[in-house]
Ligand binder design. Sequence first.
Ligand code: GTP
Ligand code: MG
Length: 310
Amino acid sequence: MTNKKIPEESTYKCGFVALLGRPNVGKSSIINTLLKEKVAAVSSKPQTTRNAIRCILTTEKEQIIFVDTPGIHKPKNVLGDFMLNEANKALSQVDLVCFVVEAGDHSLGEKEEIIINILSNANIPIILVVNKIDKFSGDEVFWKTVELYETMISPVAVVPISAKKGTNMDVFIETLSGLLPMQPPVYPADMLMDSTERFLTAEVIREKILNFTDQEVPHGIAVIVDEFKSPEEYPELKICEIRATIIVDRDGQKGIIIGKGGSKLKMIGTAARKDLEHKFGYKVYLQLWVKVKPGWRKSQEELRRLGYSF
Ligand SMILES: Nc1nc2c(ncn2[C@@H]2O[C@H](COP(=O)(O)OP(=O)(O)OP(=O)(O)O)[C@@H](O)[C@H]2O)c(=O)[nH]1
Ligand SMILES: [Mg+2]
């Protein structure tokens, strides 16, 4: 942990900023790039983020609390309803909202219409953030994308960025900072995320499953951390002991996640362990189980048990 100091000046800016957009536009990647640390789960598959997560950027001039939200899509089950509700709820708690879109978007689909509808009811300043500008050279595509959205949402600012390349991130921060209220920081200067270690652990494991499996598996999984014993809480332990269960909703998915002779599960476990050791700063022993619970995404009770409660 760093020992960052925040100057006690009356000009200090602090506020909450939600990132909203359809799945896979790069909302979580933007946060990771800004914080220069991989805090939020990212994958090439849509609907990676399920909960509104607070990630904190602290500089000498400002503290910006980003609320990463699940990509907006038309819900197909109770988990989908939960995710949409998370995004909606986030808007009631922020000073600004960034509508994140992709350079190259050329028409408005169902998801965009849901988002525009949410935004028009929210009554907070909107910044149009056009991500993935690295995919095109010149600024013609950027301006075309802006044209597509501008009239629908009347943004107070428009910012082109690339989370992947880190392009224009300073301008993005300056833009946000200029619109945030003057007030002292809410969180300690060295805090990056407002989540528990258990939540973080489950997210890291889920991210690795998304990274190591094909299209059909990811949406059917959830991760519960059954046991989390850290050396901080249990000084007699030299290593952090974590036991977690991966819930899948079909038998076939269990086989895919375990892989031949357990090879896939081993890959997932190893990658998750390395990430967790980096995050927590101590050695980790990680034990993973896979369990089938048919239809868990459709059951409100099951979702509540898995930590997705409305
Ligand atoms: N080329 C390019 N790819 C990017 C950029 N930002 C993110 N990506 C990729 O886009 C994919 C989705 O990124 P995420 O950050 O998980 O997207 P998200 O909007 O949080 O997605 P959900 O959580 O599913 O709503 C990943 O494969 C990223 O590597 C960018 O600036 N340029
Ligand atoms: Mg995300």
